[in-house]
Design a binder for this molecule. Structure first.
Ligand code: CA
Length: 409
């Protein structure tokens, strides 16, 4: 008893000395219940003061969510729809990303990232809203900015984001199969396994977009692509800018052992497929290089956890990146990066300093039926949502179906 008392006292002292804000547990609250929505993958607020929140669906539609997330019978309002082009053929293909132009209020432009076949490829296009209604996209207004081949159905990346600098950032994926068989991620001559940065408002040569002059690899005399901002990434499944600091966070899905979260910097090499997370991956790869280690990692199972830099972190098989929480509903979570695992359904959070995690924890463990975390969403106020890979409306058997808001527990 006495020993136990002592140990509690000691941990209190250590806790105070480190002056760390504890990560809270959070709850999940169903919102927009009964709304018909299939495989939602992204939420995006129109930057025009309208308060409209858009939800992207893998099958090819973008819908406008009702303002009242507790409405009894939410109406499905379709803004954009390319489902007849069948972007979603395989599990990781589809309409995967969207972003509004920073001057959307004035020019009505927005951007989408979607998959197409024959040949299998990723397409990034600009569309404009109709003159008649800001709630309808003009489906004839498409301007294709960029297409690049995807050799396999998996690892298509898919996030597109405007940075605080007004440039469009795009995560491409390494092209797929397994282990990056063509070494795409380390090859600066391919568009795969990268994050690009392009300018949608200018043109470079015959390209439908501009390559910013301050991109890190501009002007090389070899076949290096000037669009590249960062490389050595396997399949960034969700990335986001911290709305307060401008930090770019990217969760990179691992092969067989490690899931990782990275802070993306200009020209950074994140190691794949020579490295996976903090660990050597390619047997005959170089022993040394300018690889940037992740902020945090977690293991696929207990068998490899002894090698982990973060023992005690919950397990998972496929990371889903989220957002640095900047909302008001969960004050103790402020400033922490929230992420989760697609397979185990655990929701995690971490804080970092100088690119190294100082704190991490499981903030929610789903009970009963576990919903796969396809993505997270963020609204105008910085509140976060979990987008599960289930169909709406929720059934009696699946009462959690649909979008879930992260709330204080
Ligand atoms: Ca890496």
């Amino acid at each position: 008893m006495q020993l136990r008392f002592f140990s509690v006292g000691l941990s209190l002292v250590v806790g105070l000395g480190a002056a760390r804000a504890e990560l809270p547990k959070v709850g999940l609250k169903p919102v927009w219940e009964g709304l018909e929505s299939t495989r939602p993958l992204w939420l995006e607020t129109a930057p025009d003061g309208s308060g409209r929140l858009f939800c992207l669906e893998q099958g090819g539609a973008i819908i406008i969510l009702p303002k009242d997330k507790n409405a009894a019978k939410p109406r499905r309002e379709v803004f954009f729809d390319i489902s007849e082009r069948k972007p979603w053929r395989e599990n990781e293909e589809g309409l995967l990303g969207m972003a509004f132009h920073p001057k959307f209020a004035a020019n009505g432009k927005f951007y989408v990232y979607y998959s197409q076949q024959e040949p299998k490829r990723s397409v990034i296009s600009e569309f404009t809203v109709t003159k008649a209604s800001p709630n309808r996209a003009d489906m004839k207004s498409e301007r294709v900015l960029l297409e690049f081949p995807q050799p396999y159905w998996n690892h298509n990346g898919g996030v597109i984001l405007f940075g605080p600098d007004g440039k469009l950032y795009i995560a491409s994926g390494d092209g797929g199969k397994a282990n990056d068989p063509h070494d795409n991620a380390q090859n600066l001559g391919t568009m795969l396994g990268k994050i690009f940065r392009i300018d949608v408002d200018t043109r470079t040569g015959k390209l439908a977009y501009g390559i910013p002059a301050d991109n890190p690899f501009v002007g090389r005399k070899d076949d290096t692509r000037g669009e590249i901002w960062a490389y050595g990434l396997r399949n960034v499944w969700r990335m986001s800018f911290d709305r307060e600091t401008g930090d770019l966070w990217a969760a990179d899905v691992g092969q067989n052992k490690w899931e990782e979260v990275n802070l993306i910097t200009r020209g950074g090499n994140y190691g794949w497929n020579i490295r996976e997370s903090f660990h050597k991956f390619k047997e005959d790869g170089p022993a040394k290089g300018d690889w940037i280690d992740p902020v945090i990692e977690y293991a696929h199972h207990a068998g490899v956890e002894k090698e982990s830099k973060f023992p005690g972190h919950g397990y998972g098989v496929s990371i889903t990146g989220g957002y640095v929480y900047r909302g008001k509903a969960i004050p103790a979570l402020r400033g922490a990066y929230v992420y989760g695992d697609f397979v185990t359904g655990l929701i995690f959070a971490a804080r970092q300093k100088d690119g190294k995690a100082t704190e991490h924890g499981t903030i929610h463990q789903q009970k009963g039926k576990v919903y796969q975390i396809a993505s997270f969403g963020e609204d105008a106020e910085g509140e976060l949502y979990l987008l599960p890979l289930v169909s709406n409306p929720p059934t009696k058997r699946d009462p959690l179906g649909g979008i879930l808001q992260l709330v204080a527990e």
